[in-house]
Design a protein around this ligand. Structure first.
Ligand SMILES: [Zn+2]
Length: 269
């Protein structure tokens, strides 16, 4: 199977989705986004049920018959193997985001290094990442596979397509499996470049003006941001200026301040 067969936009049978999930699992394993039995993938099928990878198996070595189908509440409806405890995280995306049809969870080592260090990938460094994802926030730690992790994720899910999970890994979503997988690749690539930049010197952040231009260019790249809106923009070279730090003056107020400064300066001479 070639990557072309994962192109989005075609109505696919359950069997096609299953074959593609096995390919995406192999890509995740071959790129070292996961090792051993880590990570999981899921897809929303045409009838609304969820196709997903099983627990305790290497996701790079799966066959379609290893996969499991559940309903939106996580009740297993097909497949012989056991469903992953991390499925709850996937179901959260499907319940909150009607636009999402695939979820990808992995532990890519460089990005997970940032997540372990408590660092989001939230700086305005790379145009591709800004256009595609805005930024990649860090979700606070909670035990994997528990309702606490879903609760920590919930405020982020409507607004972002890619998230770091503190001391754990990363999760991405998309309209199809290829898009969700590409977003996982982008996270790891961005983390590697950020790390290299930090080793090479001081990373140079883009300005708010440049970020605004990239955001405005999104339709040109066929990027549709999460329908929830409200995502925070990446940190720019204007520094971590918050709304409280910002002072807005009218033209008259500014003129008055300048006049006063000039008067004081003259009176000192
Ligand atoms: Zn995990």
């Amino acid at each position: 199977m070639t990557p072309d067969s994962l192109l989005p936009g075609h109505a696919k049978s359950d069997a096609q989705h299953a074959r593609e999930m096995c390919v995406a699992g192999r890509w995740m394993y071959e790129r070292s986004f996961i090792v051993a039995c880590e990570g999981n993938l899921s897809v929303r099928l045409a009838d609304g049920r969820i196709l997903t990878t099983p627990t305790c198996m290497n996701k790079g070595m799966l066959s379609p018959e290893d996969l499991v189908i559940t309903d939106l509440e996580g009740r297993q409806v097909a497949g012989d193997r056991k469903v992953s405890s991390e499925l709850a995280m996937h179901l959260l995306f499907y319940r909150m985001r009607p636009d999402v049809n695939a979820v990808c969870h992995a532990h890519p080592p460089t990005a997970t290094g940032f997540a372990v260090a408590g660092s989001a990938l939230n700086k305005a460094l790379l145009p591709e990442v800004i256009v595609g994802l805005g930024q990649i926030p860090l979700v606070q730690y909670a035990t994997p596979g528990t309702p606490e992790l879903s609760a920590a994720l919930e405020p982020f899910v409507p607004h972002y397509d890619a998230l770091l999970l503190a001391n754990h890994g990363a999760v991405t979503c998309g309209t199809d499996l290829l898009t969700a997988f590409f977003r996982m690749e982008t996270i790891e690539h961005c983390a590697k470049i950020t790390l290299a930049a930090e080793l090479a010197g001081e990373p140079v952040l883009l300005s708010g003006r440049e970020v605004a231009k990239l955001m405005a260019a999104r339709p040109r790249y066929y990027v549709s941001p999460p329908p929830g809106g409200g995502a925070e923009l990446p940190m720019t070279n204007e520094g971590g200026e918050s709304a409280e730090d910002r002072v807005t003056l009218t033209r008259d107020e500014l003129d008055a301040l300048i006049d006063e400064a000039v008067r004081k300066d003259r009176s000192r001479r």
